[in-house]
Design a binder for this molecule. Structure first.
Ligand code: GDP
Ligand code: IMO
Ligand code: MG
Length: 424
């Protein structure tokens, strides 16, 4: 068995958490490579529900090592909170979490800037999670970011904080006096956590290299999804990291020959949180039904998710961009009981039919989906124990997805629980 990558192929919330949890038992190490606490990965274990924002979903399996790579933007205080919450619920995390010293920190002021930027956008707001993700990556690329390793040196930390306050003065000056961040306070907040943090720091790239040489198996856990990728997503309505396959390499410092099998996670329909074009969105009763049946409310912000029919144009594109080997199709049970299910197989762009998304976001917002209609199934998906158990109409739906995208569906999720999964 080789290493394996788990990536979202839509606009996030496909069910990555469930699949990573499920697959973790066969791996030694689970590694996050990008994103930050904007992610919300839900794992259901019996009556317990865990929502993980920063810690890889492998943490629920005793003994597995969980890595936070350099490509992640690290909200250290959120990480400590998540660790405490898990410990309180009986999950031993001590010695199992390692964080790259190269990871850039989400500073308290990044969250303030995130909110200020959203407000400034007015009606054109992106609908971010307000977790400071965009501003933290902006500083990383802008070469003024503060890295995790920096907090262990008084001089470096103080200089970097000062530099940032200077660079961001024009923003901070616009804030009411009582909301303006303070250099000393920011510095002290990190110094206070330094000793606790020392146990986590690791040269992740080196550790992974040694682990691979020692025969350890790694599961790479993506956050968000392909359509939120800063390069290949629906720009500018995206997040600020590479959520696609390249993000695994740059976000952990490993060579591409170590990636192994690439599994794309796909919801049986389409959802999106926040703003941006969504060609197959359903603003009617069917959309509401999908939201209620699928409990489509954000794991991080609680916002209602926008819902619509599956978009195979975007899915085929995501399979291609990531070089996907196989698909885990999630939440098929949510489509139970529908008489008709529509599948988007093309775009009509002012009379021209396309089978790939246009590069320009301006064009993307004008495409009209071309649908084929498929009959729903009568037999509930939840009871199925194998692919052969599925109603013929459900099998036809899977076949349509496989044929259009060219990727095999190797896992079918029929409910949120671990055992509500079929695989071959
Ligand atoms: P992630 O961000 O990709 O990990 O996905 P989220 O956790 O944000 O959202 C997926 C939601 O769907 C979670 O509440 C899961 O418990 C739930 N879920 C996962 N698989 C299934 C499934 O097959 N059926 C149903 N009904 N729910 C599922
Ligand atoms: P998981 O890992 C769904 C969306 C936000 C917003 C846009 C930018 O749970 O699938 P950001 O805070 O990243 O600057 O927001 O990206 N977004 C997600 N949507 N699932 C996620 O993560 C998301 N992380 C960010 O809603 O539209
Ligand atoms: Mg989520």
């Amino acid at each position: 068995m080789t290493n394996r990558v788990v990536l979202g192929l839509q606009w996030g919330d496909e069910g990555k958490g469930k699949i990573v949890d499920l697959l973790s038992k066969d791996f030694d190490i689970v590694a996050r490579c990008q994103g930050g606490a904007n992610a919300g990965h839900t794992v259901k274990v019996g009556d317990n529900k865990f929502i993980l924002h920063l810690i890889p979903s492998g943490i629920l399996h005793p003994g597995k090592i969980c890595i936070i790579g350099n490509g992640v933007v690290l909200d250290l205080f959120q990480l400590f909170k998540e660790m405490r919450d898990l410990e309180d619920r009986g999950i031993k995390v001590g010695g199992r979490i390692m964080v790259s010293g190269r990871a850039h920190l989400v500073m308290p002021y990044h969250k303030i800037i995130d909110a200020v930027m959203e407000e400034a956008r007015g009606d054109a707001l992106l609908g971010t999670t307000k977790r400071g993700i965009g501003p933290a990556y902006l500083d990383k690329i802008g070469r003024c970011g503060i890295q995790f390793a920096d907090i262990f040196d008084d001089h470096v930390l103080r200089c970097k904080i000062k530099e940032n306050f200077e660079l961001k003065k024009h923003i901070f000056d616009r804030l009411p006096a009582d909301q303006r961040p303070n250099i000393e306070l920011t510095f002290e907040t990190f110094v206070a956590k330094r000793e606790e943090a020392r146990a986590l720091i690791c040269d992740v790239a080196e550790f992974l290299d040694e682990s691979i040489r020692g025969g350890k198996k790694i599961l790479f856990e993506g956050a968000q999804g392909t359509l939120l990728d800063v390069d290949f997503g629906t720009y500018p309505f995206i997040t600020s990291s590479n959520t696609t396959i390249g993000g695994v390499l740059t976000g952990l410092g490993i060579g591409c020959k170590h990636l192994g099998r690439i599994t794309g996670i796909v919801k049986a329909y389409q959802t999106r949180v926040g703003s941006g074009p969504f060609p197959t969105e359903l603003l009617d009763e069917t959309g509401n039904r999908l939201r209620e049946q699928g409990n489509e409310y954000g794991s991080t912000t609680g916002r209602p998710r926008r819902c619509g029919w599956i978009d195979l144009v975007l899915l085929k594109y995501a399979v291609r961009i990531n070089g996907v080997d196989d698909i885990a199709l999630m939440k098929m049970d949510v489509l139970d009981g529908l008489d008709e299910i529509k599948v988007c197989v093309g775009y009509n762009f002012f009379g021209k039919i396309c089978d790939t998304p246009p590069q320009s976001n301006f064009h993307f917002k004008h495409v009209e989906p071309v649908y084929v209609s498929m009959p729903g199934w009568k037999k509930p998906i939840g009871g199925a124990k194998s692919f052969a158990d599925l109603d013929a109409n459900a099998q036809a739906y899977l076949k349509k997805i496989e044929e259009f995208t060219g990727a095999k569906i190797s896992i079918l999720s029929t409910g949120p629980e671990r055992d509500q999964t079929i695989s071959n």
